[in-house]
Design a protein around this ligand. Sequence first.
Ligand code: G3P
Length: 216
Amino acid sequence: MHIFLDTANIDQIRQATKLGVISGVTTNPTLVAKEATADYEMVVKTICAIVSGSVSAEVLAEEADAMMEEARVKASWAPNVAVKIPVTAAGLEATSVLSQENIAVNMTLCFSVNQALLAARAGASYTSPFVGRLDDIGHDGMQLVQDIVEVYQQYDLKTKVIAASIRHPLHCVVAARAGAHIATVTYDVLMQMINHPLTDIGISRFLADWKKVSPK
Ligand code: G3P
């Protein structure tokens, strides 16, 4: 499973990229707004200069023609931009045209297997089931990831599943076991994935033992 960073924070992207474990970035209007800027283009172009993998930029238009127009502009910002489009009727119409133009589409706000199946049929490169938001309303978000992966495999659909709205490290473990192609995680979750108390204890113990025998 590949790891994407789910943020528009440039410092976090720079830090995480140094680790050599990040294959892409996903953004959305909420994440860009958190950085106190409305300059989506500047943010995405900066991220694309740091990250060579896929960088998702959300389309805000709601009608199919306007979505396509906006998507073409956003896709022109950098070769690695994937446009994020919600799974609606208009979004599917736009995706089916954009995918024919070889524009990578990440169909977002996916909350059902049917939506994921339609996204794949429309030619989306990625589908993003929002795990945490389903958990928030008492549904099993990870079961949805597992079901989508199973259906895509059954019909040999090439659309990649991005487990999104990941809230904690256990979500990543379950997404990986379910066969999600990608999990997009916040910087905080990435740090939680790295840390383990026994690793810290082990390092301290090795250093303490070495000090006992090492020359003064
Ligand atoms: O990638 C989608 C993600 O940004 C949504 O996360 O925490 O707002 O549900 P959240």
